[in-house]
Structures are given as C-alpha cells and as structure tokens.
Design a protein around this ligand. Structure first.
Ligand SMILES: O=P(O)(O)OC[C@H]1O[C@H](O[C@H]2O[C@H](CO)[C@@H](O)[C@H](O)[C@H]2O)[C@H](O)[C@@H](O)[C@@H]1O
Length: 425
C-alpha cells in the first residue's frame, strides 16, 4: 500500500480542538464537513480499509480517555460502557490489541478489566506483554514478575536439573516470591546461600553452618558476610533517616545488602503540585505512576492562567521533566525519548511483527499525545491512524471518528468482518 500524502488543510487550527473551537460552535459544522473531506470517517471508509487489510495482519492500538470512554469532569469516573468492553473484548479475540494510555497501567486495567489485550500506561512508558515476548525487542527496560505460569516452568526445570535462584533480594524474600521447595536459593547477591546438607561434602566449609529448616530438612547455610550484619543495620538506620526527608525514596533491607530505591522520587513533585492544586478551586493532581496530570477542567476560567504559571514555575526546578498539554490537563512527563509512537513500535516488535511488511497497525485516539502514534504509523508507511474528534483539528491522522460511540461501531464492524473472513477460510 502506498501511504497517501496528508493533505494540508485550509483551516488555521490548533491541535487541541477543545480549546480552539470553544466559543465558535456555529461554524463548527461547516468546518467539520470540510475537515471530513481530508480526514474521512473510518466508518464510511470501511470498504476501503477492508480491501487494504484483506489478507494482512492488522494490529489494533487504542487510546483510553476520550476514545473508549467519554470525557467527564471527574477523571476517576471515566468508566467505559459494558457495550464498549464487549466490543474491545471481541476485537482482542480477532487481532493483537493494545491500549496505550496516559493513565497508569494499573488504572487503565481497572477500567477495562480485559485479559485478552495488552496495556501500556504512563503515555507508553510502562508496558506489559506476556513473558514469551521477551525473545523480541530491546530488553534494557524490561522486568519480569513471577506469575503462576512462570512458577510451574521453574518447578518443572527444578524437577529435571539442579536449579538455583541467585538474587540481590534477601533469601527469605525471594523464597516468599517464588515459593518452590525443589530449587536452591542464594540471596543478598549470592552472599547468603542455602542448600541441602549433602553439600557439606563439597567446597569451602569455612562459612557453612548446618541447620534444620522449618520443614525439618537438614540444610546447609553458606554465608561469608555474617560478621557484617551489625554494621549493615547501623548503615540502614542512617540511610533510612536520609530517605525519610526525600519523598518517594526508600530503603530495602536485603539482609546482607541494602537497596536505596528512588523510582518514586517524583513524589516530591507530586507533593508540590498537590499544594498548588489545593489552593485553586477545581484543580487536582492525578498520579499516573511515571507521569503526573494536573487537571483544570473544573477550574474557573480566570484561575487557569494562574494555575498554569504556578505549575510551570515549580517545574523549572526539575529539568528532567517536561510539561505537555492535553484536554484541560497539564501532563508532567520524564524527558526521555519515548512516547505513544515509540510504544506502538515497541509493541509491534515485541509481539513479533518486527520488519513484517504484512502488518497494518491501526491506532485510534483523541488527544495530542496520540499524534506521536499517528506520526509513527506515517513513518512506517502502512496502517490506519484514526483521530477521534467532534470538531475539526490539526492532526496527522488520515481517518476520523466523531466520538466513543462511533469508535464502538467501528470496532464492532471490524470484529464482524474478521469473524466473517475466519469463517470463510
Ligand atoms: O492517553 P489517554 O488515555 O487519553 O489519557 C490522557 C489523559 O486522560 C485523562 O484525562 C482526560 O479525561 C478525563 C476523564 O474524562 C478528563 O476529566 C480530563 O479533563 C481529560 O484530560 C486522565 O485523567 C489524564 O491523567 C491523562 O493524562
């Protein structure tokens, strides 16, 4: 498929339609008709989409707020309808499907509660895929958590081979996570090892002690750093005092080692923003885990400028974060070269569609951050970027849908079409 050139629209529009057409409702309809010519409805273009997608692998990407759920005043009440949930479930049955949202990944999952799709939160900075996909893509920022499938795989390995887990955590903590009795555990970066007592026949006996574990088994503990324990506790006390003064920092006791965590240090920013929001009626701060949102949908027009100024001047002290603006929301995000477009590419690679010319990504979204995903599809040169908007706006998308209701009709149509193809074949 040759990716058509995006038309240069005749309208001078800002990219946030909610802002640009706020007071101009009379002219919206006329402009919308002109805009539709450049960004035709994905519903009325369905025949064309079908003919391009025929015998290709479509991968579906969806934004959450304003796309699967209507925009409402209270961000915690942005529920999706039961009908929308079934439509997305259906889509997930027929196509690899992911939701890429500005919300925290956990929160989107709480809203959507579907297990047959993938989730990317914090504007694509926090992605979860099945662990088999760890064969693909860039592993640098990937972590695994042990789920039941993983536990049975390790149990199975332990049945066939002598198996050990060597972790930086304390030995007890790893055991609590893994809970398997047929493998060995080494904690504190290997400084605390427990094996069955037969191993007393081998190796250096200097740091070995024989004990009986809680199940009555004779075990050998190897620990070359036991003498360090009192000093580690003193250091821990000192570090805890320091961490107490830095919001979000914490100290983890790994028995013979200590970890100082700083993943949540942007708690400090959250704290400052919350103080600002408290003084401005209607403003609120939402914690999206790796990003923060300052909402001003319910703030009086005359106070919005003041709020924005205060947030901007607070953020001047944190030059590793940037502010982007969405629909009546300021989004505070780490300055890294990562956005919804990069997340889309990562998901395509991770799900095994790297370099496949057969793949057609479709992305449906309503806000500014979705433009990064539209641009990525454009740079791939194949696929369907779809903007959700009731008013004309500047966008990189090729197609459009008016609102979540039209999104739902489109998803239903897409799933039905695919089901038909599957039945015929
Ligand atoms: O990427 P998204 O899933 O679209 O998330 C972007 C922001 O969406 C949410 O805010 C928007 O929806 C709220 C509920 O309808 C509305 O009250 C708010 O004015 C909108 O901006 C979410 O609450 C934000 O944290 C996201 O950044």
């Amino acid at each position: 498929m040759v990716y058509p050139q995006l038309p240069s629209g005749p309208l001078n529009m800002e990219s946030n339609s909610e802002e640009s057409f706020h007071d101009n409702e009379d002219v919206i309809d006329d402009f919308y008709d002109i805009w539709l010519k450049n960004h035709p409805s994905a519903l009325s273009s369905f025949e064309e989409i079908k003919s391009v997608a025929h015998e290709k692998q479509m991968v579906v990407f969806l934004d959450y707020d304003g796309t699967l759920s209507p925009i409402v005043n209270n961000p915690d009440q942005a529920f999706m309808s039961t009908e929308m949930r079934s439509a997305v479930r259906e889509i997930g049955e027929h196509f690899p499907t992911a939701i890429i949202s500005g919300r925290s990944r956990d929160k989107v999952f709480q809203f959507v509660r579907l297990n047959n799709i993938y989730y990317a939160g914090s504007h694509g900075m926090d992605i979860s895929t099945p662990s088999v996909s760890l064969n693909y893509g860039n592993h640098k920022h990937q972590t695994r958590t042990i789920d039941e499938k993983m536990r049975s795989a390790v149990r199975e390995i332990g049945e066939h081979f002598p198996t050990a887990i060597i972790s930086g955590r304390s030995r007890d903590k790893v055991f609590q996570f893994v809970r398997l009795n047929n493998i060995y555990y080494a904690g504190s970066h290997g400084m605390d090892i427990s094996t069955p007592s037969v191993s007393l026949n081998y190796g250096n006996h200097e740091h070995q002690t024989r004990t009986i574990d809680e199940k009555g088994n004779d075990v050998v503990n190897f620990c070359p750093v036991r003498d360090f324990l009192p000093r580690i506790q003193t250091i821990k006390d000192k570090l805890e005092k320091i961490a107490k003064d830095i919001k979000g920092a914490s100290v983890e006791d790994n028995k013979f080692c200590l970890s100082v965590h700083f993943r949540c240090v942007n708690e400090e920013i959250k704290d400052k923003l919350e103080k600002i929001a408290k003084d401005i009626k209607g403003a609120s701060v939402e914690d999206n885990k790796f990003c923060l949102s300052v909402h001003f949908r319910c703030v009086n027009e005359e106070n919005v400028g003041k709020l924005k100024e205060m947030v901007e001047s607070t953020m001047e002290f944190y030059n590793d974060f940037r502010i982007t603006e969405g629909k009546k929301v300021m989004e505070i995000r780490p300055i890294i070269n990562w956005d919804k477009g990069r997340a889309l590419q990562y998901l395509l690679d991770t799900l095994g569609f790297e370099n496949s010319s057969n793949v057609l990504p479709i992305y449906i979204g309503d806000d500014k951050t979705d433009e990064d995903a539209f641009k990525m599809i454009k740079s791939i040169g194949r696929g369907f970027p779809v903007a959700v908007s009731t008013t004309p706006k500047e966008t990189e998308a090729l197609y459009s849908l008016r609102d979540p209701t039209e999104v739902m009709s489109f998803l239903i149509l897409l799933a039905k079409w695919k089901m038909g193809c599957t039945l015929v074949n």
